[in-house]
Ligand binder design. Sequence first.
Ligand SMILES: N=CN[C@@H](CCC(=O)O)C(=O)O
Ligand SMILES: [Zn+2]
Length: 395
Amino acid sequence: MAILITGISELITCDHTLDGADQNDGLGIVRDAAVVVGSTHEDAPTSVLWIGAASDAPEADWSFDLGGQAVLPGFVDSHSHLVYAGDRSAEFAARMMGQRYDGGGILTTVEATGFATDGELRALLTARIDEMHSQGTTTVEIKSGYGLDLEEEVRHLRLAREVTEETTFLGAHVVPPDYRDDRAGYVDLVAGPMMDAAAPYARWVDVFCEPHSPHAFDGEEARLILTAGADAGLGLRVHGNQLGPGPGVQLAVELGAASVDHCTFLSDTDIDALAGSPTVATLLPGVEFSTRSPYPDARRLIDAGVSVAIATDCNPGTCNSSSMPLMIALAVREMGMTPAEAVRAATVVAARSLQRTDIGVVQVGARADLAVVSAPSYLHIPYRVGVPIVKTLQV
Ligand SMILES: N=CN[C@@H](CCC(=O)O)C(=O)O
Ligand SMILES: [Zn+2]
């Protein structure tokens, strides 16, 4: 069945090659547009079949009119930690009064999550996914990392797999208390038996590489785990340079990681390395907001030629927001990005960080993952900050 969607004031395709579109920093905008979506066969996902000017739209089985709203690719939230139980709002309040974040609170969530049943975790996870969907997010990457033992890490990845293909094994989130005097033992466990057990449920492996946290992993520990992940067939992602300068970015580039995330404290050498590589720098401005930290300088990265994505990092510690529109507003207000760059960072570049070309764009053949803005222009996303004007388009 083919569905025709009309009444689109501006269609943001994020296709920088689209003929006749207003490119506006690579947004590929078609004005007064229409889109046809449908499945080419029974088991295929709904995809985009046609895009163009409304005046040229073909016939379809069914149609509806959006009455002059803007449409864009559904957001790709390429960094989240959604499998958890418990509440750390008091930690947030303390940080607002000046307390520093060092990763120690992760163990509070590990304990609370360990007490939750599969059913309880599934209900929490589903509610969080629904919350994301209601704000325009159509793809989400989910990390484990609140288990820190083999059975728990696998349980969390199995639950995450029920809601997304983009699952990431983060057994190397922090060193658990039992291994405090045997860090090497924990690294061997993560790189060995845990990796083997997690790999069937994961597409990616990630490490919190952070010499400024006593709980996280240094460059050599991270290298060992990431190399083992690559050997197990997983793609690489890195939490790097969040709390201070460190080896995370250089290691990510050297090992060919798809993405290095946070990138709050970067040297010129880090930026040069990123600029000459396919590794995406994923910035997480909700973390700086919620930890009262300085924002990364996205302008400097983009001007140097680095691919910059943005994501929520939705988690109970450093950013408990699931809102990609808020991340766009912060990227524009605090990190020197244009609204167009921020929208691309939340869609097509975030998709690139997941090595996907079927999402993050409105293109014939891509998935029909669309978001609608109840306003005539995408500019309203950062302009109407805090107002829920973006939602997923149900087709
Ligand atoms: N920094 C490491 N991990 C998460 C925070 C997890 C937590 O504090 O619970 C992050 O990406 O910010
Ligand atoms: Zn994270």
